[in-house]
Ligand binder design. Structure first.
Ligand code: DOR
Ligand code: ZN
Length: 344
């Protein structure tokens, strides 16, 4: 196959940031994606529908010529109450609430300390059909970083799903075989996003032969067997698994540092990466479902009217993205991929 036309994809897990980065991140994404679920973990997190509406307008101002729809989320804090849940459920632009265990990743200090204390809100979310998006890692620092996802499933996620079986849950950026197995074992209310890095890289790519800060993200990259389980899920044709890049830009100096930030920027080459992966798995015919249909179905959105064309022509990922005097280094900077986006 040398040409592929698919419905313009949705990125169901994305960080667009604010300030200088926002402009670049919006354009890179809007070129490839028709919509994206936008994460709320700004330095001052988005905790109300009013704030989400302002952020929505900021994003819209920055998408340039593209017809792009940001799908907003709120950051789950102890301040969430029934009025706000009702507002979310009535809102046309807010599509879910993202729960971060406190301190588990970038800008998550205002997250949740006790999952059990959230049960009354989960009950309301279930009732009002508001999706719960979860960063599924324990923040218990005594747990080995490579086990934090598995422990979160055992301690919390299984319990949440069995207590609230009708609550729609997105298990974000799954990174382990245990997460794949958990999602497969749930009802149709539970889905999961899959990033390119958790398909393509394992912990050797992060730590062997020198530390690679641009491969550092959370959940941290795991073992080859985890990676293989995630690829298998992505190309399985199950509508539980859909595209979510977790593209998360940080300036180069913040990554190449004695205490580097977690986050991988893939928005410049995301759909090309997924196309290359699906091609190597002989599953290009499944790409459109994964990238453009299953996520929309989960969020009860119509499919996009727009299409994109991918052609089999080498594409060189930029070495860097310059933002004023700063730089962002994308995933696989300078490397070549077999597919590229083309004018339709
Ligand atoms: O690697 C990550 N970066 N994982 C997250 O959960 C957050 C994200 C960010 O905001 O930079
Ligand atoms: Zn994320």
């Amino acid at each position: 196959m040398t040409e592929l036309i698919i419905i313009k994809p949705d990125d169901m897990h994305l960080h667009l940031r604010e300030g200088d980065i926002l402009k670049y991140a919006c354009k890179d994404t809007a070129k490839q994606f028709a919509r994206a679920i936008v994460m709320p973990n700004l330095q001052a997190p988005i905790i109300s529908v009013d704030q989400a509406e302002k952020y929505y307008l900021d994003i819209k101002k920055n998408v340039g010529i593209y017809n792009f729809e940001p799908l907003m989320t709120l950051f789950f804090t102890d301040l969430l109450n029934s009025d706000e849940i009702k507002k979310v459920s009535d809102s046309e632009i807010v599509h879910g609430i993202k729960l971060y265990p406190s301190g588990v990743t970038t800008n998550s200090d205002n997250g949740i300390d006790s999952i059990e204390k959230c049960f009354n809100i989960f009950e309301l979310m279930q009732k009002h059909e508001v999706p719960l998006l979860i960063h599924g890692e324990t923040n218990d620092k005594s747990v080995d970083i490579f086990d934090r996802e598995k422990v979160f499933i055992d301690r919390h996620l299984s319990q949440i799903h069995s207590k609230f079986p009708d609550l729609r849950i997105v298990f974000e950026h799954i990174s382990t075989k245990e997460a794949v197995d958990f999602v497969i074992g749930t009802n149709d209310k539970v889905g999961a996003t899959i990033t390119p890095q958790h398909i393509l890289l394992d912990r050797n790519d992060l730590l062997s032969g020198g530390i690679k800060p641009h491969h550092y993200c959370l959940p941290i990259l795991k073992r080859t067997e985890d990676r293989l389980a995630i690829i298998k899920a992505a190309v399985s044709g199950s509508q539980k698994f859909f595209l979510g890049t977790d593209s998360a830009p940080h300036f180069r100096h913040q990554k190449e540092s004695s205490c580097g930030c977690a986050g991988i920027y893939s928005a410049v080459c995301a759909i090309e990466l997924y196309a290359s992966i699906f091609e190597s798995e002989n599953a290009l015919d499944k790409l459109e479902n994964f990238s453009s249909k299953f996520g929309a179905e989960f969020y009860k959105l119509p499919y996009n009217d727009l299409k994109i064309k991918l052609i089999k022509k080498e594409f060189q990922i930029p070495d860097k993205i310059k933002i004023g005097t700063e730089e962002i280094i994308p995933l696989f900077a300078g490397e070549t991929l077999p597919w590229q986006l083309s004018e339709i």
